[in-house]
Design a binder for this molecule. Structure first.
Ligand SMILES: [Zn+2]
Length: 152
C-alpha cells in the first residue's frame, strides 16, 4: 500500500509554497527565522511537484508574513507563493517579486569591496540587473553576482 505523507494544515500563520527544492533553509535564513524562534515551524524538503519536479514548503505558525518582508526570498526561490492562513482559511495569497535593490543579504564576491572590509564594513547593497536569469550588481564595487545562493 502506498503511504502518503500529508503535512498537517495550520490554523493560523503563513505557508510558503513552491520554494525551489533545497532552498527552504536559505529561505528561513533570509527571513531571519532561526532555530531560536518560538514559532512552530514545519519545513518540508523535496516534495514532488507537478510543475516544479520537486519543491520545498515552509510553514510558520502564528506569524503573518508581509509581502515586502517576503519578496527578498525571490532571490533564491523565484516561484515561491505565500498563503496567509487565519482560522484555517486562506485569507491572502501572493507570489514574490524580486526587489529592485537588496540590502544586507548578498555577500559581495569582491574581497576588496567596502562591504567586506574587516574594519567598519558597510552593509552590502545590490541592485537587481535582470530577473531571469537573476543577476545582481554590487552598489559599491559593481561586481556582478549570478549564482546568488553561494553568496547569502
Ligand atoms: Zn562589492
Amino acid at each position: 500500500m502506498k503511504k502518503e505523507l500529508k503535512v498537517v494544515p495550520i490554523t493560523n500563520g503563513s505557508v510558503i509554497d513552491h520554494i525551489t527544492a533545497g532552498q527552504a533553509l536559505n529561505v528561513l535564513r533570509i527571513l531571519g527565522i532561526t532555530t531560536k524562534t518560538d514559532a512552530v515551524l514545519s519545513v518540508v524538503i523535496n516534495v514532488p511537484s507537478k510543475v516544479m519536479g520537486r519543491k520545498d514548503i515552509v510553514k510558520v505558525e502564528e506569524l503573518e508574513l508581509k509581502p515586502d518582508e517576503v519578496d527578498k526570498i525571490a532571490l533564491i526561490a523565484p516561484n515561491a507563493t505565500i498563503n496567509i492562513i487565519r482560522d484555517s482559511e486562506v485569507i491572502a495569497k501572493h507570489r514574490v517579486y524580486l526587489p529592485g535593490s537588496i540590502e544586507g543579504i548578498i555577500r559581495c564576491a569582491n574581497p576588496n569591496c567596502i562591504s567586506n572590509a574587516k574594519r567598519e564594513p558597510v552593509i552590502s547593497k545590490f541592485v537587481t540587473v535582470s530577473e531571469d536569469p537573476p543577476r545582481f550588481r554590487c552598489f559599491y564595487c559593481e561586481r556582478i553576482i549570478e549564482e546568488v545562493s553561494g553568496y547569502i
